[in-house]
Design a protein around this ligand. Structure first.
Ligand SMILES: Cc1cc2nc3c(=O)[nH]c(=O)nc-3n(C[C@H](O)[C@H](O)[C@H](O)COP(=O)(O)OP(=O)(O)OC[C@H]3O[C@@H](n4cnc5c(N)ncnc54)[C@H](O)[C@@H]3O)c2cc1C
Length: 731
């Protein structure tokens, strides 16, 4: 809804521990084999690109509503003006011994699906499967699993109540009870599971039931941190909210979905209610952002449930209705698919018009007035970010670092902790200074991760030389916006940057900030090396094997993301790769005798390889080279999704400039149809190192690289003795 009708001036951030949100309405159907993973999941990355929201792939572990901070696992808190908590619910272990250790809960869903995949891979290992909990979720799961496992596995459903499906009418209970019986699923009622062991569950009447696998689908509860944050909660830990969806006593905190219990209107935890809360939630978020009073909302009392039976039929349930038929499944399938299509078929381009924009930031900002304000921002030195913002950000950065170890840097006499007009640094004697600079605009919407990636990208040049990284300066361009929004972007980006730099032993010693259209980071890094120890680009020796430490494809994948054509999992893979720095890779390659090294960035693999070839022959021309490289196309590591997007013609905007590197290739025509061909010139952000290593050390080097976390490191070519106008041969 935000994508369709933006909220200019408001920075929206979605924090989620998964990048693909499972749609529980289709979950049993997915398990039964009716829907693919993709059909049953909402791609949150794509959705955020469409909605212009930042996506933070992380777990929330707490909140300080007074300080307006969300605590995120493993990184600094996020600040907010308004927050909405929609973290759902997880089945409660109820203090049952062994349950947390041996049972798999129905939520988080990724855990459930992982367990299910392992069962599917070896169904014969599961003779006895127990599902604990006879609500709609447990019943649907039992039927879906039976559909896949067939008669080979004995499935039992254990339920503490007198009958299954307590929120449904007797007719529905009877029908589903019969269907479970016909499908050979044993239903054990009025029994509580009181212990779970590796191969059995013990029940309240004292019996023991064999169980190779136990799924836990019991009543839900909420995480403890909600109460610890001081929010009012009910007996199961769910947030007590007013009919405006604001948490009682905390007007700036909203809650919706399973995690919210509306004090005036108690309702069962159900996706139907969760989805319906979206409209009133957004309406009230918009109203509060515009400093207007929120509207009350009243959820409907009842709703139609369609419970799939995993055999092409479904049972319809509402008040007194209990009707089972294939038509009901057809209907459910249609509703679910239409719902999911809203998230998968997003228009590739958003067209902003003034009348599509409502005032939202409480400052009567419409898009035009924001634009006007932006156009009137001064340039020159007046384009600096205001001193109060900067000083608050730097205080927060110092506060963050105060709790960390290893942030003492003896090489810094005056740096960001003791600021002056310029940094004063101690430089090692008898070494040479190695300097580099890079500037990259925001590649992902999470500014903290962007800061980390930018640091890796820039420091990579120092490591490619084999130098010791010493210090860095940065230029931050913060997107113009409301003060709080600018401050948060700046803080997150700088925090990411300093975190990554410090993990590589590098202090940030100063910098400059400016306002601009979009977040960008420029980093200048210093390193030191003994001149004779540098691994230069030149220096490839005939007989060396060429090693590449990271897979290719970041350029085309982010081009695809901008067009809403990339899958969340592909971007997750690219982000994970970019978050790996090249420090250890450089050490390993040098330890194994690397004679020439460079990092693969904007010019793509071939462009940087061509530079190595040029540098190897100091004349700077290919013509008189005495070595060449055979590049092994089938050995090139590529990121998941990269081949898919290039085969659809999606390429980075730099791609066509990089194609000039094909001039160095002898046999281009033979490989234009090879699936990785376009990736030879795909520009990389925070790409891997490319090095020539003596053949005898190459296998060990790759093994050490893989052990150090560069799981895709490979030998990708061989240096040949040859003289040719075209020093690269594809093989
Ligand atoms: C097997 C099964 C089948 C079901 N079938 C149906 C059905 O057919 N119809 C129906 O109406 N209901 C169904 N339900 C109930 C339904 O799943 C929930 O009511 C619904 O998902 C609630 O939506 P929600 O947005 O509140 O929470 P969720 O859908 O659970 O979403 C919460 C999201 O928050 C994320 N999250 C959680 N904690 C954190 C954290 N700390 N930090 C960051 N992110 C976090 C989670 O990964 C999750 O993606 C079913 C439930 C189960 C278990």
């Amino acid at each position: 809804m935000v994508g369709m009708k933006p909220m200019p001036g408001v920075q929206i951030t979605l924090v989620s521990d998964v990048s693909e949100a499972p749609y529980s309405g289709m979950l049993p159907g997915h398990i039964a084999g009716f829907y693919t993973h993709e059909e049953a999941h909402i791609d949150l990355r794509k959705l955020c690109v469409f909605a212009g929201a930042r996506f933070v792939h992380a777990t929330v572990v707490g909140m300080d509503p007074g300080a307006r901070e969300v605590f995120i696992e493993g990184r600094a808190p996020l600040s907010f003006d308004l927050v909405s908590i929609n973290i759902g619910s997880t089945p409660s272990w109820g203090g049952v011994p062994g349950a947390a250790e041996f049972a798999t809960p129905s939520k988080p869903v990724p855990e459930l699906l992982e367990r299910w995949e392992s069962i599917k891979a070896d169904p014969s290992s599961v003779q006895n499967l127990v599902i604990v909990g006879g609500g709609a979720g447990g019943v649907e799961l039992a039927l879906a699993m039976e559909k896949q496992l067939g008669g080979g596995t004995c499935i039992r459903l254990i339920h503490a109540g007198e009958d299954i499906l307590r929120w449904h009418n007797q007719g529905v209970r009877d029908r589903l009870g019969n269907i479970l019986g016909e499908r050979g699923i044993e239903v054990i009622l009025q029994e509580r599971v009181i212990e779970v062991t590796q191969d059995a569950v013990r029940i309240s009447s004292g019996g023991k039931i064999a169980a190779d696998v136990v799924f836990w689908v019991t009543q839900a509860n909420a995480p403890a941190w909600l109460a610890e944050a001081g929010f009012p909660v009910d007996k199961d830990g769910f947030l007590i909210v007013d009919d405006t969806l604001q948490v009682k006593g905390f007007p700036q905190v909203f809650a919706a979905g399973d995690v919210a219990s509306i004090a005036r209107y108690p309702r069962p935890k159900s996706g139907v209610f969760a989805v319906r809360m979206a409209k009133p939630l957004l309406r009230n978020l918009r109203r509060l952002a515009a400093e207007k009073l929120p509207f009350p909302w009243r959820p409907q009392k009842g709703f139609l449930s369609l419970i799939g039976t995993a055999d092409g039929s479904a049972v319809a349930s509402r008040t007194l209705l209990a009707h089972a038929s294939p038509l009901m499944w057809w209907w459910k399938d249609r509703i679910d698919r239409r719902f999911m299509e809203k998230f998968s078929r997003l228009p590739a381009m958003k067209i902003f018009t003034s009348d599509a924009v409502e005032d939202s930031a409480g400052r009567n900002d419409d898009l035009e007035s924001l634009r006007r304000r932006a156009a009137m921002r001064c340039s020159g030195c007046a384009a600096k970010v205001g001193a109060p913002i900067l000083s608050r950000v730097m205080d927060r950065i110092r506060e963050e670092r105060a709790g960390l170890e290893n942030v003492e840097f003896p090489q810094v006499i005056a740096g960001i902790d003791d600021p002056d007009d310029a940094a004063i640094l101690v430089v090692p004697s008898r070494k040479h200074l190695v300097q580099t600079i890079d500037y990259i605009p925001e590649i992902i919407s999470d500014p903290y991760l962007f800061g980390r990636i930018a640091a890796n990208h820039c420091l990579s040049d120092i490591f490619a030389m084999g130098a010791e990284a010493h210090s860095a300066l940065c230029l931050v361009v913060a997107p113009f916006g409301a003060e709080a929004v600018m401050e948060e972007s700046l803080f997150q980006a700088l925090n990411g940057l300093t975190t990554a730099l410090e993990s590589m032993g590098v202090p940030l010693v100063g910098g400059h900030t400016a306002e601009g259209d979009r977040l960008a980071l420029g980093i200048s890094a210093n390193g030191f090396i003994r001149a004779d120890r540098a691994t230069r680009k030149g220096g490839l020796r005939a007989g060396d094997l060429v090693i590449l430490t990271k897979p290719l494809g970041t350029g085309c994948l982010f081009a695809a993301e901008m067009r809403l054509e990339a899958k969340a999992g592909w971007i997750d893979g690219a982000v994970a790769s970019m978050l790996l720095d090249n420090l250890r890779a450089s050490e390993i390659l040098r330890e194994h005798g690397a004679g020439a090294m460079t990092d693969v960035t904007g010019f793509g693999l071939l462009g940087h390889l061509a530079e190595m070839m040029k540098a190897t022959e100091s004349g700077g021309s290919y013509r008189v080279n005495s070595v060449g490289v055979e590049l092994l196309m089938d050995h090139l590591p590529v990121l998941p999704g990269a081949v898919e997007v290039t085969s659809r013609g999606i390429l980075s905007s730099l791609h066509h400039h990089n194609r000039s590197a094909f001039e160095a290739v002898e046999n281009v025509d033979e490989f234009t149809d090879h699936e990785v061909f376009p990736l030879l010139v795909d520009p990389q952000t925070s790409g891997g190192l490319l090095a020539g290593v003596p053949e005898k050390g190459a296998a060990d080097a790759v093994e050490a690289l893989v052990a150090a976390g560069y799981s895709e490191a490979r030998v990708v070519g061989r240096v040949l003795e040859m003289e040719s106008d075209f020093p690269v041969v594809l093989g």
